[in-house]
Write a protein that binds this ligand. Structure first.
Ligand SMILES: C[S@@+](CC[C@H](N)C(=O)[O-])C[C@H]1O[C@@H](n2cnc3c(N)ncnc32)[C@H](O)[C@@H]1O
Ligand code: SF4
Length: 294
């Protein structure tokens, strides 16, 4: 059996919806690498890979050039690189894969703020059409506690800038990330960020303490008291009830979610709220539930 054409620098992460995409590592690790909850790249030192190594990885898939339609650029925040570095990579991908429909990557609001609208448009024109943005919370106090390096305003501005450049965003909010003390403001201000930016996709994940809760608490700036499962549902309910989104496709179907919700907020919000209410009443958080909203 032939081996995989390239060797990845592991661990390697991609969003669930990029499961059928070719992944090309542009950078290794995360240039920020400080978020209290995130252990994804703590084993790696941030590095920008050499252009010739990236091109060699792309060339390694030439044999499959006609079947590759989607490419995801890894690792944590490739948009930290200048357009001078990024544009030749996007051009090379387009030349090598004639059926390419979409290039996507992770991006933080700060990555987006550091680029001009014209630079973002140039990336979009060269095929980078979808950004996965870990908002995590819309509340500036929570963002400070989790060391995200963002505020409500930088998040709104970064997302609206990429939108003005014609890019789509898929944003992530972490249920429970501010604990009991900040749950209300986390829910309400997270909804507010989404209302102000109207992303194409939004999803929620539940806070997972991969190295144990004490490790998370040590990296959290402030007092953190974990939410019970019913309180996680209540936070979700408050968040959803404040959403005013027209076309956003919403999902909470990550493995961390014990209550699965899917739908278009503008159409399915009340059904999703009813689903959460039912789960709270039944205390049924330990069972996987499916909401067929779309
Ligand atoms: C690779 S990171 C995001 C990329 C980009 N650097 C950013 O910050 O937007 C992927 C996302 O997984 C989620 N995530 C990471 N660790 C998590 C944890 N311990 N619990 C819940 N969600 C987590 C966060 O939403 C995070 O933004
Ligand atoms: S959440 Fe994103 S910005 Fe924060 S450490 Fe993880 S990869 Fe880096």
């Amino acid at each position: 059996m032939l081996g995989f054409p390239i060797q990845y620098n592991e661990p390697l992460f991609r969003p669930p919806s990029e499961g059928r995409s070719l992944i090309i590592q542009i950078t290794l690790g995360c240039s920020w690498n400080k978020c209290s909850f995130c252990e994804m790249y703590t084993s790696k030192q941030f590095t920008a890979r050499k252009q010739e190594d990236i091109f060699a990885d792309i060339d390694a898939f030439k044999l499959h050039s006609n079947s590759i339609q989607k490419v995801f650029l890894a690792d944590g925040d490739p948009l930290v690189l200048s357009n001078k570095r990024l544009i030749p990579i996007l051009k090379k991908l387009n030349e090598t894969f004639p059926k390419l429909r979409r290039i996507s990557t992770y991006a933080s609001p700060s990555n987006l703020m550091r680029k001009s609208i014209d630079e973002l448009k140039e990336l979009k024109e060269n095929g980078l059409v979808l950004l996965y943005v870990g908002i995590e919370s819309g509340d500036s106090e929570v963002l400070e506690a989790i060391q995200k390096g963002e505020t409500y305003q930088t998040t709104v501005d970064g997302l609206n800038k990429s939108k003005a450049a014609g890019m789509d965003a898929s944003v992530m909010i972490i249920n429970g990330v501010g604990g009991k003390l900040l749950t209300e403001q986390h829910a309400i201000n997270s909804a507010k960020v989404l209302n102000a930016t109207q992303p194409k996709f939004a999803s929620t994940l539940v806070l997972t303490a991969h190295k144990g809760l004490d490790h998370y608490k040590n990296r959290y700036l402030g007092e953190f008291i974990e939410l019970e499962e019913s309180e996680l549902f209540e936070e979700m309910h408050l968040f959803l009830s404040h959403l005013e989104l027209e076309e956003t496709i919403f999902r909470s179907d990550h493995a961390s979610n014990s209550l699965v919700l899917k739908g278009i907020i503008g159409r399915d919000k009340s059904s999703m709220l009813a689903q959460i209410e039912k789960a709270i009443q039944e205390g049924a958080g330990n069972r996987k539930r499916q909401y067929h909203g779309c």
